[in-house]
Design a protein around this ligand. Structure first.
Ligand SMILES: Cc1cc2nc3c(=O)[nH]c(=O)nc-3n(C[C@H](O)[C@H](O)[C@H](O)COP(=O)(O)O)c2cc1C
Length: 329
């Protein structure tokens, strides 16, 4: 079934980060020809099917760049009902999470627990695919394995044979969590396995710069590349635009203020800004480790927002440069 993505680069699902506000800010920096799609953070399906209002809240308002709704769970009936509701509320793609290494997911035999049981993984994909009845594509996001990558091809085969329209492979195993360098030879292996089913592969893991996006595709042959933390460091990574200090500060300020407007406390909103600052590279706002510590040590949330507001006022660009600059070299 054909995928709605508008370009080969995708923004990864990230729990606690890729909610509608952050996604909207990132998507708003890009044309659909630069950033092909995004994904909600996972919506956990456990003791009952999720109500439509929860799914709507995950999806936010639709825009020109499609956003897949990601579900994580192992109860077939609840997943099927939730997937049907996801389609009813407008999800253009239902993605299934088989990568989350968190203890809660493992206890519920969901997320990366299913990497140890390719047959069960296939049953989950088939069940959800049948529930949505061909109305939207169902995709699967895997890691390279549980303890090691010995069953990588078996996992890709299972997802493809069960009818996944796209398989995303995070190049690390569950045991490796997020720590080690992503091994792109695994993406090539996964792509070769998916090729045998005629299913496109999306490679994920370790994309840190705009050039890495093309390098990943060149080295692995993947049709799509997905970016997680690289987009927390530089939300312009998909277009390659080099943000100015002013643009970078404006992004972070809008994010922090936006969260507060939506009901977060100043401390809560700024904690999320600091989460980004822990990764941030764009616009020279964080030139070195000392500067990063300086941002992260700021205890007064209003003082941090004021500092961003001052930077957002500095380094003025000519009127209209913001939108023109989006596609600057
Ligand atoms: C804070 C955080 C939250 C994440 N949440 C999810 C999630 O909800 N669903 C999912 O499939 N992967 C999740 N991931 C994994 C990312 O989608 C991605 O696979 C991983 O970060 C590797 O890509 P990267 O090296 O580009 O960061 C999360 C990663 C991070 C850092």
């Amino acid at each position: 079934m054909s995928l709605p993505y508008t370009a080969p680069w995708l923004l990864a699902p990230m729990e606690g980060v890729t909610e509608p506000l952050f996604r909207g800010l990132v998507l708003g920096l890009h044309e659909p020809s630069d950033l092909g799609g995004a994904c909600t953070e996972f919506a956990r399906v456990s003791s009952s099917a999720l109500p439509r209002r929860v799914l709507r809240a995950h999806l936010g308002e639709p825009g020109p760049i499609p956003v897949a709704l990601q579900l994580m769970g192992s109860d077939l009936e609840h997943l099927a009902t939730t997937a049907t509701r996801a389609v009813e509320v407008g999800a253009p793609v239902v993605d299934l999470n088989f990568g989350c290494p968190a203890k809660g997911a493992l206890r519920g035999c969901a997320g990366s627990a299913l990497l140890d049981d390719p047959e069960r993984l296939a049953t989950v994909v088939t069940t959800v695919r049948e529930a949505v009845g061909g109305r939207v594509p169902v995709t699967a996001k895997l890691r390279a394995g549980g303890e090691d990558d010995a069953r990588l091809e078996e996992l890709v085969d299972a997802a493809c044979a069960a009818g996944a329209a796209l398989v995303t492979m995070h190049a690390r195993t569950r045991a490796e969590a997020y720590s080690v360098e992503a091994d792109w030879s695994r993406l090539r292996r996964a792509r070769e396995a998916a090729d045998r089913h005629g299913i496109p592969l999306c490679g994920n893991g370790g994309v840190e710069t705009h050039d890495d996006l093309e390098a990943l595709r060149r080295e692995t042959g993947c049709a799509f590349a997905m970016v997680g933390r690289g987009a927390l460091a530089d939300p312009w990574i998909f277009s390659g635009h080099r943000a100015s200090k002013r643009e970078a500060a404006t992004f972070l300020l809008r994010y922090g203020r936006g969260l507060i407007d939506l009901g977060a406390s100043a401390r809560g909103g700024v904690a999320r800004v600091k989460q980004l600052l822990g990764h941030w590279t764009a616009g020279g706002l964080v030139p070195d480790a000392e500067a990063r510590k300086g941002w992260l040590r700021e205890r007064d949330p209003e003082a941090l927002l004021r500092r961003l507001a001052e930077l957002a006022e500095q380094d003025p660009e000519p009127a209209g440069a913001c939108s023109a600059a989006r596609r600057a070299p």
